[in-house]
Write a protein that binds this ligand. Structure first.
Ligand code: ADP
Length: 185
């Protein structure tokens, strides 16, 4: 287990918090969905988000015509406590030499950019690609923390980014990644 929140040192890092829990319950302006490229629902966090949002979410997703890996699309959040869902498609881990790191970084960057354009102040991310897509969790955590920090250094919005861990392994990885970045490693 890890503490419910992790506050960090520098200015951009102080706007990033690690929380353990279910992203569908977060009352933030936007939650990010680790979707598949059809945007028509799936298992894991995607299934949980669609179940909690209700069928209107799927109806809106059908109008979007899918989303390529690394990109992001924004919809309403319907019955969720959030205002928006930002759907992004993480890479499937294939050993690391198929551009997975760049694609995962793009998911974070493009989701944050979609959020910024809507004036989103608070946003919650799941550990994109760390479930069915099998991305090594520690490597994914380093990419998440680095991309989010870079974005926050350049932009005032979103104000706060929650990295939501579903279980202690992801939580530990985020905490370690934050420590490494704080120590300049
Ligand atoms: P991907 O296909 O991108 O790997 P998954 O949904 O399989 O997506 O897993 C991504 C991460 O989301 C995993 O760490 C998984 O444990 C986590 N997850 C699953 N359900 C939830 C939830 N309700 N809230 C937050 N995270 C979740």
């Amino acid at each position: 287990m890890c503490a419910s929140e992790t506050h960090t040192g520098s200015k951009a890092l102080a706007r990033m918090e690690v929380v353990e829990g279910d992203i569908t319950r977060m009352a933030v302006d936007a939650i990010v969905n680790a979707a598949n490229s059809s945007l028509l629902g799936g298992g894991g966090v995607d299934g949980a988000i669609h179940r909690a949002a209700g069928p209107e979410l799927l109806a809106e997703c059908r109008t979007l015509g899918g989303c390529p890996t690394g990109e992001a699309r924004i919809t309403g959040a319907y019955r969720l406590p959030a205002t928006y869902v930002i759907h992004t498609v993480g890479p499937v881990w294939q050993g690391g030499d198929r551009g997975e790191a760049e694609l995962l970084a793009a998911c974070y960057h493009n989701s944050l950019e979609q959020a910024r354009q809507k004036g989103v102040r608070t946003i919650a991310f799941p550990a994109i690609s760390c479930g069915v897509y099998r991305y090594p969790v520690m490597e994914a955590a380093r990419i998440a923390v680095r991309e989010v920090r870079e974005f926050l250094e350049r932009h005032a919005l979103p104000e706060t980014v929650y990295l939501v861990c579903f279980g202690p392994e992801v939580c530990r990885a985020y905490r370690r990644a934050l420590e490494e970045i704080q120590e300049g490693r």
